[in-house]
Design a protein around this ligand. Structure first.
Ligand code: 3HC
Length: 723
């Protein structure tokens, strides 16, 4: 596999152009770093070279350190020393400390190690609209090529900290204002201008700036310490389970107190430590897993091209339909929204308007963009408006005969190439399409609420769905900026099915004597956005009970039948929408524990009678996590075993994007493999013996526990795939 190389061209004006070649993003692999060292050595030695321009081939400067190599280093637990020369020897001594100036010519993007290389140059020129940033923290590491030292010296401490902690890049234009780049130059003139600029520096006609020695943007020590203290406090609040953002701040502080070089050494030490951490392994896994969801064996390798997508029909203007319509128009796709009567239609259009207005109110959308976006939406009561749609997404209530009727109508009215999709979350797609001939055009298009916000897009294929339809839906998902995952047809599909034991286990723990608020606290500290009871309030108990019934029908042997929801519902406590569920809610929807809930818990416990000797079970926080998440892992294994997803990493992404599973744990299967199947199966077996089938480990989990094989191993050969 080609891991990139570096080229050197010496021009007649005495400027050496050093170019990084490593498509698609010119990432910095070991061969690229070695190439940079070799070409810099040559340029510095040659008498005909007066100055250097550093750039990237094609339309990108560099996307940073090669993340594939990072996985290699992680396997050696950070002990590989093949790039130990980079930060100090190559970048600081050879490039920045050289007697020949370098100018970075930046186009497209300069991210992570890419920007760090550019900051070692004595000036930076950028083409318009390039992206510059240090996104290392989102991979669980810190900038390791001097970024923690040079960025604060170029843009000041607060902005540098913000850029590193949020991982968000800035545009060339903002970078120019910040002082991160020296000039913005049209792409066509970038190299020629950089050459002149480099010669001007060599001739002392332009400043020769060594970023690591700059002090003018750094705040006085006391002020800097206050800024860092505040950043630490915010970080601990926002990401209490992550240590690498704090380590990043330590490296910044070291440089401010003891000087840039000391900061570089500290940074290198912390970079290695972070790279070997489980969090970094998990986040790097997520980076590749996310990109792999769009690659579906037997579908995306058929060389099919997505068909033109201009107009989408949405049926149903309720919460889901209006969210889907919003997601489409926000991304420039025309939508025709159909409802059954004028009132419902108006309510649907108003919901879309409200979704957009919330961005306007937050200052994220201009009035002008609002008008342009909303104009892409048309309401209708008539199927005639569906004559030229490319995709239809049905999002009406979960009633099979209604959906069957809609699909029969759609088959008659829509173009013969139109994709016919349902947003159902519970009904078998084969039943929905049972009465039509166009079965190859039918698929599931399952969004998560709120559809215009949640990033996951579950595409459900049946045994008859045509690959072209999947290619079209994958393309549609990308266009509306979702992460699409293709899954098989089964009750709850991949995400809801995997997570159905999540709330079940929580209900069981309550009947064993645990407090709902303690469970929620433990699960939230584990890293979920909220605990299962707060989530139940948000979703609404009616929805919870309805989906519980689906699983009871599908998997009657492993559903825990708690009476807690029905007891609460009897007293009209339905969740957040009634401002009373497990919590009580004020006008601003702030949740507060409600002491009254205790009586429902006690009643549910006495009805269930599973508490041994009438004594509440004693469990540590870690054990609570095991009881809640090990059944989820078990169901994930069944989903893998049945071939509902084609690769375990799809389930990792689905759990992160659909359920809010913490990304720094790598997704449900990745996390399970870190724990090990043996421990999970043995704990589940203990619980199974005490509390029955709900906990019984499935065959795939038992197999991996017995053989030591990771759960994420491909199960292709062992099972009949549904895909
Ligand atoms: C020492 C240093 O401080 C440490 C570091 O530099 S750590 C690395 C920091 N850099 C990053 O985090 C950037 C990561 N990359 C990205 O954010 C995005 O890929 C991007 C903004 C560069 C491009 O996005 P986009 O155009 O949507 O394309 P995207 O699909 O993501 O990437 C295109 C391909 O490049 C690969 N790629 C992107 N960045 C890469 C990198 N740094 N290393 C290796 N491969 C990379 C992707 O895996 C993908 O490969 P595929 O086609 O085989 O799936």
């Amino acid at each position: 596999m080609d891991r990139g190389h570096v080229e050197l061209d010496v021009c007649s004006d005495g400027v050496a152009i050093i170019t990084i070649h490593n498509p698609p993003v010119n990432s910095l692999s070991v061969p690229v770093f070695l190439g940079l060292r070799e070409k810099y050595e040559e340029a510095l030695k040659r008498d005909d070279v007066k100055a250097i321009v550093l750039t990237g081939a094609g339309d990108k400067f560099s996307g940073g350190f090669d993340i594939i190599s990072m996985q290699g280093f992680q396997k050696t637990n950070g002990n590989d020393s093949s790039i130990s020369f980079v930060s100090v020897d190559l970048q600081t001594n050879m490039m920045e400390g050289s007697r020949k100036p370098s100018v970075a010519a930046i186009q497209g993007l300069a991210l992570g190690g890419g920007l760090e290389l550019a900051m070692c140059c004595h000036a930076r020129l950028a083409a318009p609209k390039a992206q510059l940033g240090l996104p290392e923290l989102q991979l669980g590491v810190i900038p390791g090529g001097g970024g923690t030292q040079r960025l604060p010296r170029l843009v000041g401490l607060p902005k540098a900290i913000e850029m590193m902690l949020t991982s968000k890049p800035v545009s060339s234009e903002e970078a120019k204002e910040l002082g991160l780049v020296d000039a913005i130059v049209p792409a066509k003139d970038l190299i020629s201008t950089a050459r002149r600029w480099a010669l001007d520096i060599a001739n002392f006609q332009k400043p020769w700036i060594v970023s690591l020695h700059k002090t003018d943007k750094l705040e006085p020590l006391g002020e800097a310490r206050e800024i860092l203290k505040f950043a630490r406090e915010q970080t601990m609040k926002r990401a209490p389970n992550l240590f690498h953002p704090l380590k990043c701040l330590d490296a910044v502080e070291e440089g401010i107190i003891s000087g840039g070089l000391a900061g570089l050494y500290k940074e290198s030490e912390v970079f290695r430590e972070c790279m070997a951490s489980d969090n970094a392994k998990a986040l790097v896994h997520v980076f590749f897993a996310q990109r792999a969801t769009g690659k579906v064996k037997g579908v995306t390798d058929l060389r099919l091209k997505p068909r033109s997508l201009k107009k989408v029909g949405v049926i149903g203007g309720g919460l889901m339909g209006s969210g889907i319509a919003t997601a489409c128009i926000l991304n420039g796709i025309q939508v025709v929204l159909k409802e059954v009567n004028g009132d419902f239609l108006q309510a649907g259009l108003d919901r879309v308007k409200a979704n957009l207005m919330s961005s306007v109110k937050k200052g994220k959308m201009s009035e002008e963009r609002f008008n342009r976006t909303f104009a892409l939406l048309k309401g209708t009561l008539d199927y005639n408006d569906f004559k030229d749609v490319d995709i239809v997404i049905e999002a009406v209530i979960e009633k099979l005969p209604l959906k069957q009727q809609i699909f029969s109508d759609l088959e008659k009215i829509c173009p013969s190439t139109c994709v016919l999709a349902s947003n159902t979350s519970t009904i078998d797609l084969n039943l929905i399409s049972a009465k039509i001939d166009a079965k190859p055009r039918v698929a599931g298009a399952h969004f998560f609420s709120p559809a215009h916000v949640m990033p996951l897009f579950e595409i459900i294929r049946t045994s008859t769905t045509a690959p072209q339809v999947l290619v079209d839906l994958l393309d549609f998902g990308k266009k509306i900026k979702k992460v699409p995952v293709v899954v098989g047809n089964c009750p709850g599909f991949a995400v809801n099915r995997t997570f159905f034991p999540y709330s079940q286990a929580a209900l069981l723990l309550v009947d064993l004597g645990l407090d709902v608020y303690r469970i929620d606290r433990i699960v939230a500290s584990f890293g979920m956005p909220m605990g299962p009871f707060r989530l139940a309030d948000l979703v609404g108990f009616e929805v919870g009970v309805a989906s519980g019934m689906t699983y009871l029908e599908a998997f009657p042997d492993r559903v825990y039948k708690s009476m807690l929801f029905p007891l609460l519902m009897e007293d009209k406590r339905l969740g957040e929408k009634t401002r009373k569920g497990f919590y009580i809610y004020d006008e601003r929807r702030k949740a507060k524990p409600d002491p009254e809930v205790r009586k429902y818990l006690e009643k549910s416990r006495s009805l269930s009678g599973i508490m041994q000797n009438n004594k509440p079970i004693q469990l540590s926080d870690e054990q609570v996590i095991e009881v809640i998440f090990f059944p989820v892992i078990n169901e994930a294994c069944r989903v893998l075993e049945e071939g509902v997803v084609s690769k375990a990493s799809d389930l990792d992404i689905a759990s992160i994007m659909g359920m809010g599973f913490p990304p720094y744990r790598g997704g449900i299967v990745f996390w399970a493999d870190l724990i090990g199947a043996k421990h999970i199966a043995s704990r589940l077996n203990e619980l199974y013996r005490s509390y029955g089938n709900f906990f019984k480990p499935c065959a795939w989990l038992e197999h991996c526990a017995a053989t030591g094989q990771p759960l994420s191993t491909s199960v292709d050969n062992m099972v009949k795939s549904r895909l």
